[in-house]
Design a protein around this ligand. Structure first.
Ligand SMILES: Nc1ncnc2c1ncn2[C@@H]1O[C@H](COP(=O)(O)OP(=O)(O)OP(=O)(O)O)[C@@H](O)[C@H]1O
Ligand SMILES: [Mg+2]
Length: 236
């Protein structure tokens, strides 16, 4: 098992945001978390990436406990997060944003290789725009940059928080295709989406999160055909 989230609870101040969450992610799978606004999806990703420490429970990555480590150490172990709303550095160029993603790496050759052979292969549009200020990119291009920046840390596990949010249907399709390509390259992905249709089409396994709890989980194909999921998340 690549990632094991065991029975975690996380609070903001005294208010629990997620309760007794257990998630397992096998190597080279796409696992999706779907759920409505405020369900706790982002909070779960933040506990995995170390931005928030769970109050109880444990998280293991390749067998190692990570739930008390700071974010940079977790990134160094091979987990990278693409945050909700992209959060690119608007005044910096595309190239500078990408290099931020490689901040912890010392292998200069590997950094250049990943930029050319991984990031620019998945995102040729970024290559055409290396010197453009990130703030002037379109929404879809900023999403690509945020994903490219995360890939620059050469992660094994990529956490994607709402990559399709605010994008046109065509751009959603394009991002979906790129997620599939990144997965084919051997990366493991946890995909958080409100676009459940897209998420269930991409993922092998899915969890439904409702008000801080997992209410349903199973193979994505099964959930796609589940009547409750259809009603609540797939528009009937
Ligand atoms: N910084 C914070 N301080 C206090 N409460 C927070 C904070 N961040 C999130 N919460 C609360 O925790 C709960 C879960 O929020 P979270 O952002 O994880 O949900 P989400 O499923 O990602 O929602 P969305 O789909 O809107 O992004 C919500 O009730 C939210 O109000
Ligand atoms: Mg969220």
């Amino acid at each position: 098992m690549l990632l094991e989230v065991k029975d975690i609870t996380a609070h903001y101040y005294k208010v629990p945001a997620v309760r007794s969450i257990s998630i397992t992610v096998e190597d080279n799978k796409i696992v999706t978390l779907i759920g409505s606004n405020g369900a706790g999806k982002t909070t779960i990703l933040r506990t995995i990436s170390g931005l928030k420490h769970p109050t109880t429970g444990e998280i293991r990555f390749k067998g190692q406990r990570i739930d008390k480590l700071p974010p940079h150490e977790i990134n160094g172990l091979g987990i990278a997060m693409v945050p909700e709303g992209r959060r690119v550095f608007p005044q910096m160029t595309v190239l500078e944003n990408l290099l931020v993603g490689a901040f912890l790496r010392k292998d200069k050759d590997g950094i250049q290789k990943d930029m050319q052979e991984v990031v620019f292969r998945h995102f040729p549009r970024l290559k055409e725009r290396t010197n453009q200020a990130a703030g002037t990119l379109s929404g879809g291009e900023q999403q690509m940059l945020a994903m490219g920046r995360a890939l620059m840390s050469a992660p094994e596990l990529l956490l994607l928080d709402e990559p399709s949010l605010g994008l046109s249907p065509i751009m959603c399709g394009e991002i979906g295709k790129i997620i599939r390509d990144i997965h084919s390259d051997g990366k493991t992905v946890i995909l958080v989406e409100q676009n459940a249709r897209l998420a269930l089409a991409l993922a092998q396994h899915a969890y439904v999160i409702e008000t801080g709890n997992i209410t349903l989980s199973g193979p994505a194909d099964e959930l796609r055909n589940n009547d409750n999921v259809k009603k609540a998340y797939l528009g009937g």
